[in-house]
Design a protein around this ligand. Structure first.
Ligand SMILES: NC(=O)c1ccc[n+]([C@@H]2O[C@H](COP(=O)([O-])OP(=O)(O)OC[C@H]3O[C@@H](n4cnc5c(N)ncnc54)[C@H](OP(=O)(O)O)[C@@H]3O)[C@@H](O)[C@H]2O)c1
Length: 323
């Protein structure tokens, strides 16, 4: 497994990280349907066995559940691993309604809860989950800086920030990493954000690199129709027409390329995200050991310029279908 250095941090991340959103289960607004904790724990352990050295979670995933599962799974291996989690989405009371808060006291409270659930003393990478509310970005980012000084957190990152928000945060203290969505089907960060991160030595850890399962070669229209109500993908435009057919046609188009390279479509999707040196790592979500055993191997796949152009052609076709 190759590694790349995350921004200015000196942390050497395996180019594939493990994403644990789905491990939060189905019992909340953005769940992925029912999830078996034993499978989740086995997936975390399989990831580590496969050479993955960092895990991404968030307080809000299953309202703390994903962090608890990760904490349980990594207990014996904590010192070998880089643990990234997130703050800024809170929940309270019986309704468990999700709030958006970047107030200092709230983030200070959140960090203690995450440390407890993860059963660790320090968070390696603490990320603001969403830049919301926008007028609290400065307060939240300053709070993350204070947590670094207090030794609760080693490095600070942000997710889902636009260029203006990145610049506002960078003026307060250096951003270690940005976690944006990035896949063949979602390329918004290419024109401005990737160059800015490269110029400012801000690492990029790309989320949903397989577009939540669509780019694995295993997703089908039948599967989309059968998604349970408590799987957020049921409500996502990527999984609905007219996008669904166009997206699955891209996945079908990837199959002969992957076959020729003797790799899986999921590995091709991840290697494509990693083709840019400015991308430090791709976060591969998994719900069982088999999935991550497969995707971890993408860390060693290199794409030729011819393959990259072949993929561009598929993506241009999709664009014109959706116009
Ligand atoms: N910061 C943020 O706002 C944010 C937002 C989104 C995600 N993230 C992070 O990024 C991580 C990755 O993104 P993601 O989970 O949304 O999407 P992803 O990595 O593109 O896709 C993960 C999903 O694809 C399916 N899959 C994975 N490996 C497979 C394989 N080998 N064969 C077939 N199917 C496979 C699984 O779902 P099924 O088996 O159910 O199809 C899995 O849950 C998350 O877990 C989370 O840590 C962060």
């Amino acid at each position: 497994m190759q590694t790349r250095t995350l921004g200015h941090s000196g942390l050497k991340l395996s180019t594939i990280g493990l994403g644990t959103w789905a491990m939060g289960g189905g019992d909340w607004k953005f769940g992925w349907g029912a999830q078996d904790d034993q499978k989740s724990i086995a997936a975390v352990r399989a990831a580590v066995e496969a050479g993955i050295n960092w895990i991404d979670t968030a307080a809000i995933y299953g309202h703390g559940h994903s962090e608890k599962v990760v904490g349980q799974a990594i207990k014996e291996r904590r010192n070998d691993l880089i643990i990234a989690t997130k703050c800024g989405r809170v929940w309270a009371g019986e309704s468990r309604e999700i709030g958006k808060c970047l107030r200092r006291e709230s983030i200070f409270r959140e960090v203690e809860n995450s440390l407890t659930r993860l059963q660790i003393d320090v968070i390696d990478l603490y990320q603001i989950h969403w830049p919301e509310p926008d007028d609290e970005v400065e307060e939240g980012w300053s709070a993350v800086g204070d947590l670094i000084k207090a030794g609760k957190v080693r490095f600070g990152g942000v997710c889902n920030f636009n260029l203006a928000q990145l610049k506002r945060a960078q003026a307060i203290h250096p951003i270690t990493s940005l976690q944006p969505p990035y896949s063949m089907l979602k390329r918004d960060i290419e024109p401005e954000i990737i160059p800015w991160c490269a110029e400012n030595n801000v690492g990029i850890v790309a989320y949903s690199p397989m577009q939540a399962g669509l780019l694995t070669g295993r997703f089908t229209k039948e599967r989309a129709a059968a998604l349970p109500e408590n799987d957020w993908r049921k409500r996502s435009p990527f999984f609905q027409e007219p996008q669904l057919s166009a997206n699955l046609r891209v996945a079908e188009g990837l199959m002969p390329i992957a076959d020729r390279m003797s790799i899986a479509v999921s590995q091709l999707a991840l290697a494509w995200v990693l083709r840019l040196p400015a991308v430090t790592a791709a976060i591969a979500g998994a719900r069982d050991p088999r999935q991550i055993q497969e995707t971890a191997r993408a860390g060693d796949v290199e794409l030729s310029p011819e393959v990259i152009e072949e993929i561009e052609k598929l993506l241009r076709q999709r664009e014109s279908e959706l116009q």
